[in-house]
Design a protein around this ligand. Structure first.
Ligand code: ADP
Ligand code: MG
Length: 441
């Protein structure tokens, strides 16, 4: 992408009203624009990051055996009356009436709809277990939408739902999602710690929140330091194997959000030196809720002996749009965002210091094509802005690698490569630079 043709409305000033750094940086870099309280448009730079995050989530869901589908944002109120949640959900639910006076709602979550689909389509135990997921917009009419995409009213969620024949099998599905979340967040460049959590209005008896430590987090969290440097299981992990050992490894250390925190246990189980009391951002939340929806909604299948079995369920959410804010909270400096490589909107930022100069134009174009050829996404700053402004913008938007192409260096056949994260600069000959960037020798 050439910056001169792109749509990236960068703001010079820190926008008023944006309290936390991720919100400020998302507005300043032109990733999002607010359209109403807690409702945002995703401009091209923000959308690119979101799509990269979605792709990683999708890969890891599929790897764990979950199957993607897509449910609508609007749902019939009747299925929520069946589960008994229509009244319970209260004012957070956006209720809509269509021209035929039918009650609809903008889905805040999808347990009812997926249970209806599963109930209507699956009749035999042979078609269980299944984990189904989608990535879809949700609406919750939060009293206090704030912190930009962190607590929006409209937000993108990956939500998965499991259907199993009994509790033991359902716990196995829970474990698969637990492990897949460890891998997902690690690939997103985050240290997300699973913490025992309250089950809240969704109900059930087994639940973990995946929490990123950050000063701007909405809740206090307490955990054992040992969890912070733990590595997620490898990509070739067999999800059909017994995952109890992995679960055990991750859940045997103390970790709890404030609602579940037990100060006495914390003091007893964790040595003073290893006690981490911090603030956290919830990026994922998983629940096992048994027959909570399948019983009232009669989600049953016929067992081998002909008897009806009420299915056991779980649900597994990731806040996709919230993750953009969370990643920025975890990875920025005073100059701007520092994107982890896996989700950066572009892999490389090329800075042509003097557009219109034959030599810099030629070399910039050469890099641009060669990097594309090698499968790297580049943003080429070919605008007339002064060098100082270009450097600032490039640092602000946080692409992992910058290539600085100027007439002075080119006199000696040299360009400069800067690593955004470490700030390290290298002067390399054009051929060497291209080889270094594309991994060719
Ligand atoms: N208002 C919101 N704005 C952005 N993301 C949200 C919002 N509410 C929930 N999420 C994300 O969706 C995930 C699943 O939601 P859930 O656990 O049902 O929500 P909550 O914890 O608010 O009850 C959360 O872990 C969070 O990452
Ligand atoms: Mg939650």
């Amino acid at each position: 992408m050439r910056l001169s043709c792109f749509f990236m409305p960068v703001l010079k000033e820190v926008p008023a009203g944006a309290e936390i750094v991720s919100h400020q940086l998302m507005l300043r870099t032109g990733m999002i624009r607010q359209s109403a309280a807690g409702i945002y448009s995703w401009l091209p730079l923000g959308l690119r990051v979101m799509q990269k995050i979605e792709a990683i989530i999708r890969q890891e869901q599929n790897r764990a055996g979950a199957i993607e589908l897509l449910m609508p944002t609007l749902q019939q109120a009747d299925i929520w009356r069946e589960s008994g949640r229509y009244e319970d959900y209260g004012q957070e639910m956006l209720r809509i009436t269509d021209r035929n006076e039918r009650d609809l709602l903008y889905g805040p979550t999808n347990e009812e709809l997926i249970t209806q689909i599963f109930r209507d389509c699956v009749k035999s135990y042979k078609d269980c277990p299944r984990i189904l997921y989608h990535i879809q917009w949700k609406f919750r009419d939060e009293i206090r939408p704030r912190f930009g995409v962190m607590r929006g009213r409209e937000f993108l969620m990956k939500d998965a739902y499991s259907f199993d024949l009994d509790e033991q099998a359902a716990r196995k599905s829970y474990q698969k999602m637990f492990v897949s979340y460890l891998r997902t967040f690690e690939r997103l460049g985050l240290k997300a710690i699973p913490m025992k959590a309250e089950t809240g209005p969704i109900g059930g008896d087994l639940s973990h929140e995946f929490i990123i430590l950050a000063d701007t987090g909405e809740s206090a969290v307490y955990c054992d330091k040992a969890l912070i440097d733990k590595k997620a299981p490898p990509a070739d992990l067999d999800y059909e194997s017994d995952l109890s050992a992995v679960m055990q490894e991750w859940t045997s250390h103390y970790a709890a959000t404030e609602d579940m925190h037990d100060e006495n246990r914390f003091q007893e189980e964790v040595s003073q030196a290893d006690q981490v009391s911090a603030r956290g951002i919830e990026v994922g939340h998983i629940f096992y809720f048994g027959e909570k929806y399948s019983k009232p909604m009669k989600c049953e299948v016929q067992g081998a002996d002909g008897q009806l079995i009420t299915l056991h369920g779980g649900s597994y959410g990731i806040g996709v749009s919230r993750l953009l804010g969370a990643i920025i909270e975890a990875s920025h400096d005073e100059d701007g965002i520092i994107w982890p490589k896996s989700v950066a909107p572009f892999d490389v930022g090329l800075i042509n210091l003097k557009p219109g100069n034959e030599e810099t134009d030629h070399v910039s174009t050469k890099f641009y094509s060669a990097l594309h050829e090698a499968g790297l996404d580049c943003l080429l700053d070919d605008t007339k802005e002064r060098p100082g402004g270009k450097f600032k913008t490039m640092d602000l938007i946080g692409l992992p690698t910058q290539v600085i192409i100027g007439p002075k260096g080119l006199k000696n056949g040299i360009v400069e490569i800067k690593d955004r994260k470490t700030g390290e600069r290298q002067e390399l000959e054009i051929g060497q630079a291209l080889a270094a960037l594309t991994g060719m020798t």
